[in-house]
Design a protein around this ligand. Structure first.
Ligand code: NAD
Length: 361
C-alpha cells in the first residue's frame, strides 16, 4: 500500500499531514510513503528530509491512502482513484457536496473531527492536538497586540501590575490559553458552562468565574443555552468583562453557530487598548463585533479573529497531527501492511464519512 502526503493548497495553510520522523513507523509495516514535492515546505521540511527518512516524492494523489490537513476540493477528490482511502480534516457537517463527491468517486473517507472522543482514541484526537496549538497561539497574539505587559514587574522605574486575562470556553484550546497566559505572568480567569471545568481551571493556577449558569450537554460538550439563560449570561459577562485587559473566546457548540458571549456593550465597557482574540470566528464568533478572519478596532478595543492559528505554528502542529494520523492508520492497516478496516470498531465507524455502505454490502 502507498500512503500519499499531499501539498496543501489553501492560502496560509503551512501544515503537512505526515512528518519524516513517523515514516519509519509506517515503512516498518511494509507501507510506502509518497510525498508530493514541496508538501513539507511550509513546515520547514524539505523534500530530501522526507526521502532520507524512506519516502519517495511523486504524485501523492494517486496513492492508496491519501493524507491531507484541510478538506480537499471537489476537483482534488475527482483526482482520487476509486477505492482510495482519504484521511484528514474533511468538515463533514458543512462540506456536504464534497462528501457526496467522495461517495460518488468510490472513496472511503475518514474525517478526523468525527473520531469519537473516547480514551482509546485520544492519540488520534486531532481536534485536541490542533486546539492545543491554537490556544497557545491565541495568547501570544493577545500579548503582542496588548499595549501592556502580561507579567507583573517591579523595576526601578516603577511597578507594573499583571495583565488580567479572561478565557471564555475552557475546552482544550481554552485550557491551554489559560495555562499559557499564566506562564506569561498574567492573572488568568476561566469561564465555561460545564461545571466540571472549574477544577481543570484551578489546576493550571487560574481563577474560576462562576456565573451560576450550567449547560452541560451530551458527550462532554456544552448544550445551547435557552433564550433566558443566554440573556442572563450576556448580562453577567458584560459586567465582568470590563475588568479584564484580555479576553480570549473559544466557546463552541457542535453543529451550531457560536454563542455570543461578548456583546457590543461589553466591548464598550472595556478599557481602551484591551484585546479580544475570538477563536470561534469560523462559526460566526463569540463577540458580537467580530469580523471573522480580520483584526479590527472598535471602541478602542482590538478584536482579532484568526481563522487558522495551528497553521501559524506549522512545525509542531504538523508533528502532532501526523502522530494522530499515524495512530489512525495503525488502526486500519494490519501489521502486514494490508488494509483491514473494521467497521464494527466504534472509532473506525465514527470517523468514516464515506465508503462504509459499499464495504458493508
Ligand atoms: P469545544 O471546542 O467544542 O468548545 C469549547 C468550550 O466552549 C467547551 O468547553 C464548551 O463547554 C464551551 N462553551 C460552549 N458554549 C458555551 C457558552 N455558551 N458559554 C461558555 N462556554 C461555552 O470543546 P473541546 O475542546 O472540543 O472539548 C469538548 C469536550 O470534549 C470536553 O468535555 C473535553 O473534555 C472533551 N474531550 C475529550 C477528550 C477525550 O477523552 N479523548 C479529548 C479532548 C476533549
Amino acid at each position: 500500500l502507498t500512503i500519499g502526503v499531499v501539498k496543501e493548497t489553501k492560502p496560509g495553510e503551512r501544515r503537512v499531514a505526515l512528518v519524516p520522523k513517523l515514516i519509519e513507523r509506517l515503512t516498518r509495516r511494509g507501507l510506502k510513503v509518497v510525498v508530493e514535492p514541496g508538501a513539507g515546505a511550509g513546515a520547514q521540511l524539505a523534500d530530501d528530509v522526507f526521502t532520507e527518512a524512506g519516502a519517495t516524492t511523486g504524485d501523492a494523489w494517486s496513492a492508496d491512502i491519501v493524507l491531507t490537513v484541510v478538506p480537499p476540493s471537489i476537483a482534488d477528490i475527482e483526482r482520487l482513484k476509486p477505492g482510495t482511502v482519504l484521511i484528514g480534516f474533511l468538515a463533514p457537517l458543512t462540506n456536504t457536496d464534497e462528501v457526496a463527491a467522495m461517495k460518488k468517486a468510490g472513496i472511503t473517507a475518514f474525517a478526523v473531527e468525527s473520531i469519537p472522543r473516547i480514551s482509546r482514541a485520544q492519540g488520534m484526537d486531532a481536534l485536541s492536538s490542533q486546539a492545543n496549538v491554537a490556544g497557545y497561539r491565541a495568547v501570544l497574539l493577545a500579548a503582542q497586540r496588548l499595549p501592556k505587559f502580561f507579567p507583573m514587574l517591579t523595576t526601578a522605574a516603577g511597578t507594573v501590575p499583571p495583565a488580567k486575562a479572561l478565557v471564555l470556553g475552557v475546552g482544550v484550546a481554552g485550557l491551554q490559553a489559560l495555562a499559557t497566559a499564566k506562564r506569561l505572568g498574567a492573572q488568568a480567569t476561566g469561564y465555561d458552562v460545564r461545571p466540571e471545568v472549574a477544577e481543570q481551571v484551578r489546576s493550571v493556577g487560574a481563577q474560576w468565574l462562576d456565573l451560576g449558569i450550567e449547560a452541560a450537554g451530551e458527550g462532554g460538550y456544552a448544550r445551547e443555552l435557552t433564550e433566558e439563560e443566554r440573556a442572563r449570561q450576556q448580562q453577567r459577562l458584560t459586567e465582568a468583562i470590563g475588568g479584564f485587559d484580555v479576553v480570549i473566546t473559544t466557546a463552541l457548540v457542535p453543529g451550531r453557530k457560536a454563542p455570543t458571549l461578548v456583546t457590543a456593550e461589553a466591548v464598550r465597557g472595556m478599557k481602551a487598548g484591551s484585546v479580544i482574540v475570538d477563536m470561534a470566528g469560523e462559526t460566526g464568533g463569540n463577540c458580537e463585533l467580530t469580523d471573522p478572519g480580520k483584526d479590527i478596532v472598535a471602541h478602542d478595543v482590538t478584536i482579532c479573529s484568526p481563522l487558522n492559528l495551528p497553521a501559524e505554528m506549522p512545525v509542531h502542529a504538523s508533528e502532532l497531527y501526523a502522530r494522530n494520523l499515524t495512530e489512525l492508520l495503525e488502526l486500519i492497516v494490519d501489521t502486514d501492511g494490508k488494509l483491514a478496516i473494521d467497521f464494527s470498531d466504534e472509532v473506525v465507524a465514527g470517523a468514516c464519512v464515506a465508503g462504509r455502505d459499499e464495504e458493508v454490502n
